[in-house]
Design a protein around this ligand. Structure first.
Ligand code: ADP
Ligand code: MG
Length: 314
């Protein structure tokens, strides 16, 4: 990984945007505190900012020169915050407005991947309970009902029998979210982080419970993570190439994480792309970075560098 900046002053005053008002607020605060600590340790003039609808538009006026976006889900990951930063002419880390918006809706991202024949499970948009029942007939059991634009496994159900359909739809719907149904892919959960147009080592996730739900992600101590993932070298190469391709196709940039399920036959199915993945000390991107020889602090620095334009690259 090529480092472009050595003097922390080159970044100027950096707002580490965390918290926010999405369902993933708490996770973002955890990530944000970890990132802030790392940047400060490296003498970057970084300040934590709990993002609100009001303060997000006043960052330039408040003296900030750059933003490290570590807001998960909602406005921080769907292009809204990115647009607010663009309006102020503030450079920021990670994906821009368009890439964020395309990937935020899983249905849209899957359509882009399918257009280029990338492997992703068959799906359907569910506008009503009747649609959900139709999806059950189409995909059979088990199948998945989930919000199209949520994160952290919020509202996701593996539907195993007809009696669960209505409840799963209602849970995914919440107060009006877009909902999708998806064929259930049985296999190993794998993820590949992307940093500065390179894929990092893959990680294999083994949740102790039924699937990789909120509890397995943030609370359980018995979720297993393997990195290096232990897949054969050829498979590793294939996964990394696919991750990079999926990342570029939706127009994502800077950094992110591409999630897959790899079936018994070894075929990887794209699940989703995260443009602002978790950055707590227990998160997956730091784990892969470590396997690639990069400390958490170095990783935060490298992500901050993704906010530099080509003109800054000297
Ligand atoms: N089609 C599917 N087949 C098998 N498991 C799935 C499928 N969709 C989701 N899951 C399970 O649910 C978890 C969360 O789903 P995901 O689409 O990644 O939503 P989120 O954005 O909330 O993480 C996945 O990590 C996986 O364990
Ligand atoms: Mg996921």
């Amino acid at each position: 990984m090529r480092r472009r900046v050595t003097d922390p002053r080159r970044f100027g005053r950096v707002a580490v945007l965390m918290g926010g008002w999405s369902a993933e607020r708490q996770v973002s605060l955890w990530s944000g505190e970890a990132v802030l600590g790392a940047l400060i340790k490296r003498n970057v003039e970084a300040v934590g900012v709990d993002a609100t609808r009001d303060n997000i538009l006043g960052l330039r006026a408040a003296g900030f020169e750059r933003a490290f976006v570590i807001l998960h889900g909602g406005a921080g990951e769907d292009g809204t915050v990115q647009a607010a930063l663009e309006l102020q002419g503030l450079p920021y880390t990670g994906s821009g407005v368009a890439g964020s918006a395309v990937k935020m809706n899983k249905v849209t991202a899957k359509r882009v991947w399918l257009a280029e024949k990338l492997p992703t499970a068959p799906f359907a948009e569910l506008r009503s309970e009747a649609d959900a029942k139709a999806a059950a007939r189409k995909f059979g059991y088990p199948f998945v009902i989930k919000p199209a634009a949520e994160g952290s496994s919020v509202g996701v159900t593996i539907v195993r029998k007809p009696a669960q359909v209505a409840g799963a739809f209602k849970l995914a719907r919440g107060d009006g979210r877009a909902v999708m149904g998806e064929k259930f892919i049985k296999g190993a959960e794998m993820t590949v982080p992307v940093l500065d147009d390179e894929a990092l080592p893959s990680i294999r996730i083994v949740p102790a419970g039924e699937f990789y739900d909120y509890h397995a992600k943030y609370i359980a101590e018995d979720t297993q993570y393997h990195c290096p993932s232990g897949v054969p070298a050829a498979q590793e190469k294939k996964l990394r190439a696919l991750a990079l391709q999926a990342f570029r196709l939706v127009g994502a940039s800077g950094w992110g994480r591409v999630d897959f399920i790899v079936d018994k036959a070894g075929k990887p199915w794209l699940l989703e792309l995260n443009t602002v993945p978790g950055m707590t000390s227990h998160s997956l991107v730091p784990m892969a970075a470590k396997a690639a020889g990069m400390s958490f602090d170095e990783l935060c620095w490298a992500i901050l560098e993704t906010s530099l334009g080509e003109a800054d690259a000297r």
